[in-house]
Design a protein. Structure first.
Lengths: 114, 111
């Protein structure tokens, strides 16, 4: 059984560019949540996908969008990057929406926007 | 006022000390309470999960919830250098999908 993996590990972009981050959920998990963790802060919920549908969204603008695929892997897309988007982006998978005691986080993708 | 408040520290203790980490919250609807440990350059790892007032023990870790005071704590007994990490409290209510985290407390246990 593999854990949650994310790619890339880190990347550097410039303001105005677009970025796609990827997450492979743990085997048997159909729910993926994405979080943004700025330096020195706790993770902030971006959105959750359950069986390929968006299941809830935090206070992030529409330029943050996502997808979940039939194999339950997921992508986070951010358009028109801003300096404040620099952060660690975490995805977490769980076997059911709401099963937070069985939710596992990936190692994150560190995004730097210059 | 933020929904979840957590003292960011840093907190430095000698090996073997008892560590107390705390969070307060303002949303009385929160029902489920979690503590995560996050090592540098890693994702958070769930340590404790509880949904009722009182204490829950797991090895050297004890989670305490006081819903009347809107206050949760994590105690670490016989702390080890390997416990050095950032500790995050998190909470959620009902069928809500949104996990709300505190800022995290950076703990260093010195040998």
């Amino acid at each position: 059984e593999t854990g949650v993996t994310q790619s890339p590990t880190h990347l550097i972009k410039t303001r105005g560019q677009q970025v796609t981050l990827r997450c492979s959920s743990q085997s048997g998990h159909n729910t993926v949540s994405w979080y943004q963790q700025a330096l020195g802060q706790g993770p902030q919920f971006i959105f959750q996908y359950y069986r390929e549908e968006e299941n809830g969204r935090g206070n992030f603008p529409p330029r943050f969008s996502g997808l979940q695929f039939p194999n339950y892997s997921s992508e986070l897309n951010v358009n028109a990057l801003e300096l404040d988007d620099s952060a660690l982006y975490l995805c977490a998978s769980s076997p059911l929406a709401g099963a937070y005691n069985e939710q596992f986080f990936g190692p994150g993708t560190r995004l730097t926007v210059l | 006022q933020k929904e979840v408040e957590q003292d960011p520290g840093p907190l430095s203790v000698p090996e073997g000390a008892i560590v107390s980490l705390n969070c307060t919250y303002s949303n009385s609807a929160f029902q489920y309470f979690m503590w995560y440990r996050q090592y540098s350059r890693k994702g958070p790892e769930l340590l404790m999960y509880t949904y009722s007032s009182g204490n829950k023990e797991d090895g050297r870790f004890t989670a305490q919830v006081d819903k009347s005071s809107k206050y949760i704590s994590l105690f670490i007994r016989d702390s080890q250098p390997s416990d050095s990490a950032t500790y995050l409290c998190a909470m959620i209510w009902g069928s809500n999908y949104k996990l709300t985290f505190g800022k995290g407390t950076l703990l260093t246990v010195n040998p």
